[in-house]
Design a protein around this ligand. Structure first.
Ligand code: F6P
Length: 955
């Protein structure tokens, strides 16, 4: 702090003498330690200081460095989960209140003329009248001090907010005034605000306002222009030079002249008679920037009755030391007029300069606020430590630089705030705003916690042994992660998730559960999805056999209001129906009832999970600038890596205990971004290999559970980092932090979607397969037969199918191995191979597919996906059809060992699965994708073994 030598000079102290001419010195500075150690009070007592102003840049300096604020930050964070903006505000309010206490005696002595402390509304709102009004009211209430002034920018949008605030009795410091035109408007707004009050029969006494007219910044611009022209040999060089350091003061003098006229007017006199105080002109930006001028130029020259000068610390000291006090503001007004006339004649564009200065002023406060919030957020992250996940980036220099540039673009464009404000133009400007309710769902769920807790208690009391959730994609993957990560909880049922039409798999789940003690959760947002509907039909029938009329009491539905599933649930007397949010798409629904209901049923600690989710939400809040915002940061890395570096294979590996996160992430990333030929291709759970098995299309994400890491994975990632591969390491300090990551990844996906330039909330290509499937199942119901389907090649074990184009490309091959060889030969660097297996998903098949994919990866150096149908159709299926045309697909089907009827339909589960496989292949073919189907006849185990061998031989 540079204000020193306080109180020196006694009566001769120029600062004190200002009072003689009716000017009040205020200090353009605030800092906690300065108030706390009595320094501020010394200025009041010794220098006649009469007020304090703050602004985002001042708070940035105060809070952005040092440790003054650490104790309060720590104590807030001990008890609350808040975003950086709220945290800043709590700190700022404490400062403002403390300073207001120091200044209160001045307020009392001057009967409310002086003694004010100013707090500025968020600079982000400078162009938004309504939001400024709301914020002004909020801050006024929050600080709750009579000697507070709320600072509102004097922009075009700010002026009406000034009027409203004044009419409501809020003291206002109008800031960022440069031009006389803007000043006249805010003076008018002040007067009209007071008149509004009078008209409402309210008192106008005791309401204070200042109009902060910025001075030195004008000279910086004008003098800069003068210097440029003089250097360029302007013919008017001498006349121009004579104006250096004069225009701003002349401009200020004119404002004062205008003010004097207004306060003499009959209109003002009426208000004055009613007790109104005039809005005083306050000279701001009065530190000398040009070293060739006097360091007190903008104090000495602007002394006048009923004015304020808010002086920066250095200038304050200088003025105490050698300021000259005289009534300069009204001196040589003619001269001032002449200066302005000369400036105009010489082509110095004062109007243009003041317009630019408003924009620059808003911008620089925004920049300062960004910096301030960024440092608060960084401090917050450091203090909460392991209560939140930790992200470390290892990026090659070019990607790193591009990510930084994009983050800066997001910061400058206020894009995080725009995202929270649901600005659809961040994506394609269509209906995106209607799909963003997930942003606030955590807050809603915290309020609804008792609903889930009651349900949880009821489930426990009813003594269910098992919960079987029937659903697909967004309705099943989140619950699956919760179940796989947290396991069974003592006293609560085991949560199983069934998301398949494979008859063997359906039967296997039926065997796992005890129907008489099972709670079935039928989960479908749309309520119209084929799989949950037929699974419900099947298990409802089976349960009825055991439970009779009570069957409905073992079923609950989670679905959107008004859906077909809701009607079914009502008709069948389901125990409960929980509702989803229509404005949340399936893949963003895990924190809505689609995740909360199964979590409750499984006995998970709901409050703790929601707290973790809230940490995720707050760390990605609108107030957190992109570089410190974990969601924006991650989304930027994902988006930039894919868009500008061809690194679109997001290779996700998680510690074994949280391995299933990848399955949820796959849907989120692929369905959200994989469209219009662009997007991210998630590569989940592909065991890490040496750098040599990867192409240049990878971005690695390591979700490392610090409480239980895997040494092999750690070593593999260490090697990848050493090899210069781009790696994002997200460390979860405890497994509950997967819930924090749910929110963070949703945010990141929305950000990546914006960078890639797609609508991150639709799934245009998923429907196509559903239509094809429907055609086939309908035909079956009508004819009792599947439409004919001819393989283009067949041997004793395998039959190969493809659309005509793919079949033609492979027609020369004469053996199964040769077909696959030819198929894989079509892949090139940057492509990926996806195995799409429509078979039972169990430990054995998962091991098989993993072994085969790794063989393909290691041989071809291509990314691989190992997927099970129809589950992936509701997940990565969107990107396979709509994303980049880089996929090489091998669909795998097999004869079913059992036949499982679907109640009320002619078709069976096996027929549905067949129709889904056919429909999917059909659409892949239609889209020109490289795809082939291999069907295994006879025993599955033997067939898979053989297929594995020929694939390995083919690559
Ligand atoms: O919850 P629903 O409506 O049954 O949908 C399940 C899944 O199917 C999809 O619509 C894709 O088919 C996903 O987006 C969704 O998560």
């Amino acid at each position: 702090m540079s204000v020193h030598e306080t109180g020196k000079g006694g009566a001769a102290n120029p600062l004190k003498q200002l009072a003689k001419y009716g000017q009040s010195p205020w200090l353009d500075f605030i800092q906690r330690s300065y108030t706390a150690d009595g320094s501020l009070k010394k200025l009041v007592d010794g220098d006649g200081l009469k007020g304090v102003t703050s602004n985002p840049a001042i708070f940035q300096k105060a809070m952005g460095q040092g440790t003054d604020y650490d104790p309060q930050i720590r104590s807030i964070l001990e008890h609350q989960i808040v975003d950086a903006g709220t945290l800043y505000e709590m700190l700022a309010i404490t400062d403002i209140r403390d300073a207001a206490k120091v200044l209160y005696p001045v307020y009392e002595q001057t009967k409310g003329v002086d003694g004010y402390v100013s707090l500025e509304v968020s600079p982000y709102l400078a162009r938004d009248t309504q939001a400024t009004i709301v914020e002004a009211r909020r801050l006024w209430k929050a600080v709750d001090a009579a000697n507070l002034m709320i600072k509102i920018p004097g922009t075009q949008e700010g002026a009406p907010a000034v009027r409203t605030a004044i009419a409501e009795g809020i003291n206002v410091n109008v800031t960022l005034l440069f031009s006389n035109d803007a000043y006249k408007k805010v003076l008018e707004a002040y007067i009209v605000g007071l008149e509004d009050r009078l008209a409402q029969g309210k008192s106008v006494a005791g309401i204070a306002s200042v109009a902060s007219f910025f001075v030195s910044r004008i000279d910086v611009k004008i003098d800069g222009e003068i210097d440029r022209r003089v250097a360029a040999g302007d013919k008017d060089a001498a006349a121009l030079k004579a104006l250096r350091g004069k225009v701003a003061i002349a401009n200020a003098k004119m404002a004062y002249q205008y003010w004097q006229g207004v306060v003499k007017s009959a209109r003002w006199q009426k208000l004055a008679a009613a007790g109104a105080m005039p809005q005083r002109l306050l000279w701001a930006s009065t530190g000398t920037k040009d070293k060739s001028f006097s360091d007190v130029l903008y104090v000495d020259s602007l002394i006048g009755e009923d004015t304020v000068n808010t002086i920066p610390p250095k200038t304050f000291d200088a003025f105490r030391d050698h300021g000259k006090v005289a009534p300069t503001l009204t001196e040589d007004v003619k001269g001032a007029e002449q200066v302005l006339a000369d400036a105009k004649r010489l082509g110095l564009d004062l109007d243009g300069v003041t317009t630019v200065l408003v924009d620059e002023g808003v911008k620089s406060f925004e920049d300062a606020f960004d910096e301030l919030l960024g440092s608060v957020a960084a401090k917050q992250a450091a203090f909460v430590g392991k209560k939140v996940t930790t992200t470390t980036l290892h990026l090659p220099a070019d990607l790193d630089a591009a990510v930084k540039a994009e983050l800066e673009d997001w910061r400058k464009g206020g894009k995080v705030r725009r995202l929270w404000a649901k600005d659809a133009t961040l994506w394609t400007g269509k209906d995106e705003a209607n799909w963003l309710k997930w942003l606030s769902i955590v807050d809603d769920q915290i309020l609804a916690l008792s609903k889930f807790e009651e349900f949880q208690a009821e489930v426990k009391a009813r003594g269910f042994r098992d919960v079987l959730l029937l659903g697909m994609g967004g309705s099943s993957l989140g619950p699956e992660v919760l179940s796989e990560t947290f396991g069974k909880h003592e006293g609560f049922p085991h949560l199983y998730i069934l998301d398949s039409t494979d008859p063997q798999q359906v039967k296997a789940f039926e065997k796992k559960i005890d129907i008489a003690k099972t709670l079935f959760i039928v989960s479908s947002k749309s309520g119209g999805t084929l799989e949950p509907n037929i699974l419900k039909a099947y298990f409802f029938d089976e349960a009825k056999k055991v439970l009779g009329d009570k069957v409905g009491s073992h079923f609950i539905a989670v679905t959107d209001p008004g859906s077909h599933m809701e009607a079914v649930a009502k008709a069948d007397g389901f125990w409960k129906i929980f509702y989803g949010e229509k404005q949340i798409g399936g893949r963003y629904s895990v924190l809505s009832d689609f995740g909360m209901v199964p979590a409750a049923a499984a006995g998970l600690p709901l409050r703790l999970l929601l707290e973790s989710a809230l940490r995720g939400e707050k760390s990605c809040a609108a107030s957190v600038p992109p570089a410190q915002n974990p969601g924006a940061l991650l989304g930027t890395v994902l988006g930039v890596a894919a868009k500008s570096f061809g690194r679109d294979k997001v290779t996700i590996l998680a510690s074994p205990a949280i391995y299933d996160m990848g399955a949820w992430l796959e849907q989120l990333l692929a369905e959200s971004t994989g469209k219009n030929g662009r997007g991210l291709i998630p590569i989940d759970d592909e065991t890490a290999g040496p750098a040599s098995v990867y192409g240049k299309d990878r971005l690695f994400v390591y979700l490392r559970l610090a409480e239980k890491p895997c040494e092999k994975q750690d070593a593999a990632f260490k090697a990848l980092i050493a090899a210069g591969e781009p790696v994002v390491t997200i460390e979860l300090h405890d497994r509950r932090q997967i819930v924090e990551e749910f929110f963070r990844w949703e945010f990141a996906t929305a950000v990546a979607g914006s960078i890639i330039g797609i609508n991150a909330f639709d799934q245009p290509d998923v429907e196509a397969s559903k239509i094809e499937t429907k055609k086939i199942t309908t035909a079956y119901n009508e004819t009792g037969r599947l439409p004919p389907y001819e393989p283009f090649f067949k041997d004793a074990t395998f039959a190969f199918y493809a659309d005509p184009k793919n079949a033609a490309a492979l027609k020369d091959a004469r053996t199964a191995e040769a077909i696959l060889k030819a198929h894989f030969a079509r892949a090139k660097a940057g492509d990926y191979v996806a195995l799409l297996a429509y078979i039972e998903r169990d430990t054995a098949t998962r091991e098989w597919i993993q072994g085969v994919r790794l063989a393909i990866r290691d041989a071809l150096k291509l990314a691989t996906a190992a997927e099970f149908g129809p589950r992936f159709q509701h997940s990565t299926g969107q990107a396979y059809k709509g994303g980049p045309d880089t996929g090489v697909f091998v669909q795998i089907t097999a004869d079913d060992a059992i036949t499982l009827p679907v109640p009320g339909e002619k078709y069976t589960f096996g027929i549905v699965k067949e129709a889904q496989a056919r429909g999917d292949l059909e659409v892949l073919g239609e889209r020109g994708r490289r795809a082939v189907r291999v069907h295994i006849h006879g025993d599955l185990k033997a067939g898979l073994e053989k297929l594995g061998q020929i694939i390995k031989a083919a690559v």
